[in-house]
Design a protein around this ligand. Sequence first.
Ligand code: GDP
Ligand code: MG
Length: 442
Amino acid sequence: MNDTIAAISTALGEGAIAIVRISGPDAVSVSRKVLARQDFPEHGRMYLTTLHDNDGNIIDRVLCVHFRSPKSYTGEDVVEIHTHGGIFAARSCLELLLSNGARTADPGEFTRRAFVNGHIDLAQAEGVLSAITSRSNEALKAAARTLTGELSRAVMKIHDDILALQGKIEIQLDFPEGETLTGLDVHGEIARIVSSLEELIPRCSAGMILSHGVNVVIAGRPNAGKSSLLNAILGHKRAIVTDIPGTTRDIIEEAIIIGGVPVRLSDTAGLREADDVIESEGVRLALEAMKESDICIYVLDGSCDLAAEDSRHLRAIEGRNAIIAVNKSDLPNHVGDIESSCKVLHLSAKNGEGIDALKSAIYDMAVKDCAVNAGLNVSAYQLEELRGALRDLKEGEKSAAFGDDVTAGLVGSARLRLLRVLGVDAGDELLDSMFSRFCVGK
Ligand SMILES: Nc1nc2c(ncn2[C@@H]2O[C@H](COP(=O)(O)OP(=O)(O)O)[C@@H](O)[C@H]2O)c(=O)[nH]1
Ligand SMILES: [Mg+2]
């Protein structure tokens, strides 16, 4: 980490400005080689100057700013050069910096350096990534909470409570048989820690949903009105609707935000024994998509009798996250009562009746017990560690009456898991996988 890295930190394309960022011990000296102005840098002050190539030709008029170590994003000396937008100015600037001693930054390397230098922990790094990738206001708020340290503080507080408890258990272990530390209630203390974790984990699951969205698949027999339903949910015509069965053969995917939750909606080919190869491939894909969905909306044509094939699919979705949409409520009902433990909604894709109720049902099913309005971002790895810590503590709670080695071991294991959520002692492999998810320049 004693080299100096550079990258374009803004998206490439036409725009007012582009920012090239340089970080490392030679950030200032390398920048000076490509800038006319030599009298900077005062910390945090913007300078107007020109960028020139190695032959002295002026390339662009730019602004530059220096953040002196350790008061910078990475903790190192950082220079930012603000060129004009578009592709060429920023790219020329970067190439000049590279030809004067800087190296191209890897994806997420600025943030990785911020982490290694102790400016942020791994939970905050996840928040940074989520802020960049957020697709809704709710997701952005979760990212802001996380990157400003709300999750880190909550995890640290639980960690400290465990540490204090561990100390007490250890004293207890040194006591002679039969004697107990006065006022020590291991069981009660673990229970309190368990409930803090039980409050925190749904917030993290919510963050996961806000970041990754949910995969909702619309399935059903031909002509049930699946494509009409997709269009009705989206509020515009996306899929072709006809009265010819077998119109939709491929999977049509569209993104929509419902109550701040990003939803990927897929319309699929109607489920039937198809005799042409294209349609039967469509049916195969539809069945696969149904299986992999987070939520399945099974559409029935309410104006027809229930087909044997429908009964079979309804049985298959029992117990799953599924909504049965009895469509064509504008026509007389022929399908009768649907016996299922899944939620059944009567609606009309044609006149819009019941569509809002369907969206609410999708939202409720997606967020279930998650605290979406208080979401926090974690990676799958971090969420697994938090859940593991909860498991350890619950196990520890069982043996707590004895206040013995077993309890001490479990409580200790939970504490280490919490440290891993923050990235303490994280190995290169974990950091590689974490930061490779970032873009270059962040
Ligand atoms: N009356 C009525 N007709 C509908 C409704 N939804 C779809 N349809 C009609 O049913 C036929 C099949 O619709 P489509 O969306 O293509 O069904 P898919 O094969 O399941 O995708 C078309 O003629 C639609 O106009 C509805 O709610 N009410
Ligand atoms: Mg269709």
